[in-house]
Design a protein around this ligand. Structure first.
Ligand code: SF4
Ligand SMILES: [Zn+2]
Ligand SMILES: [Zn+2]
Length: 309
């Protein structure tokens, strides 16, 4: 049997749709799908200044590569930013991978580090937190502080959109975790239409309908580094159990992840009204927008005695 679009040999079968594609058409239809996600969801506008948040892993490198192709059709500016959290034998490698791809694609590249912005590498913050008796996991500090620095970088570099490499699998896992926790606010924020909120640069996820497996293949075909050196703080979490369950569900019911994603978006759309009730303040310490009196990043740092900025 040959490719759906030409006489070439079949390279990949999309189980959820039955579509059979050769190598060339795997790449073409992959890019088409991302382009369709962008246009149907109005993720990009004319004259956008697009900042791709690149961790150096396969997803964000793929997002950057595909955006560099799609962006040619828009009068936009495209550049990449990596947040260097400061984890030995991990973050440096990722910066190196991203630097290489950006040079190859001729894309402007910026690195913002925890060390420069917060005065400490993540490893140091974790050590201080432990000494102060904090029970929080390193990932809690990392995630909150990374989000804040990303927003700061986007503002400094005049970005109008921030692209992240989240794929279908990530999104569906996040939805399930939020459901289990009953966290509707996050479901609305993460799965609703993109919102313009003062002080926040809108984040967009052009790979949100692409299976992780397909990203892995795209990355391999383009020689992106796939050796996944793990962060030494990574821990087995609820996400790992949910990933396993969802993969089993998908194996027996191709398309199940899509169905869950549709449900997530439907719920978020129907509850968008709730979002209007969330009052926005500005952090009394750093001035960043927050729903509290002080933002989460500043309160985490304050608790362990590190000056916020
Ligand atoms: S595993 Fe945790 S600490 Fe390490 S980079 Fe990821 S979020 Fe940060
Ligand atoms: Zn083909
Ligand atoms: Zn703050």
């Amino acid at each position: 049997m040959s490719c759906k679009y030409c006489d070439n040999e079949v390279f990949y079968v999309r189980r959820y749709s039955g579509e059979r594609v050769c190598k060339k058409h795997f790449v073409e239809t992959f890019i088409d799908k991302v382009e369709r996600t962008i246009s149907e969801n109005k993720l990009l506008s004319w004259n956008d200044s697009i900042m791709v948040a690149v961790s150096g892993g396969k997803d964000s490198l793929t997002a950057l590569h595909v955006l560099s192709i799609i962006e040619k059709g828009y009068p936009t500016r495209l550049f990449a930013v990596t947040i260097d959290e400061g984890v030995s034998n991990y973050t440096e490698l990722r910066v190196k991978h991203t630097q290489e791809l950006c040079s190859k694609l001729g894309i402007d590249y910026h690195v913002y580090s925890f060390k420069d912005f917060y005065g400490h590498r993540l490893e140091e913050i974790v050590k201080i937190a432990k000494e102060k008796g904090s029970k929080l996991e390193p990932c809690s500090y990392c995630g909150v502080l990374r989000r804040k620095l990303l927003n700061t970088a986007a503002k400094k570099l005049n970005a109008t959109k921030v692209v992240t490499g989240h794929n279908l699998d990530d999104e569906v896992q996040t939805f399930m975790i939020n459901m289990l926790r009953g966290d509707f606010e996050r479901i609305i924020r993460g799965f609703g239409p993109i919102a313009q909120k003062e002080g926040f640069i809108p984040r967009i996820k052009p790979l949100k309908y692409i299976y992780e497996e397909e990203i892995m293949i795209y990355a391999t075909l383009h020689d992106f580094p796939l050796f996944e050196t793990e962060c030494r703080f990574v821990k087995l979490s609820m996400r790992d159990s949910i990933r396993r369950i969802l993969n089993e569900l998908e194996a027996e019911n191709p398309g199940a992840k899509y169905m869950i994603m549709n449900t997530a978006e439907k719920i978020a759309r129907n509850f968008t009204e709730l979002k209007k009730d969330i009052k926005l303040n500005y952090c009394r310490s750093c001035g960043e927008p927050t729903s509290q009196d002080i933002c989460r990043a500043c309160s985490l740092l304050e608790e362990i005695g590190i000056p916020a900025e």
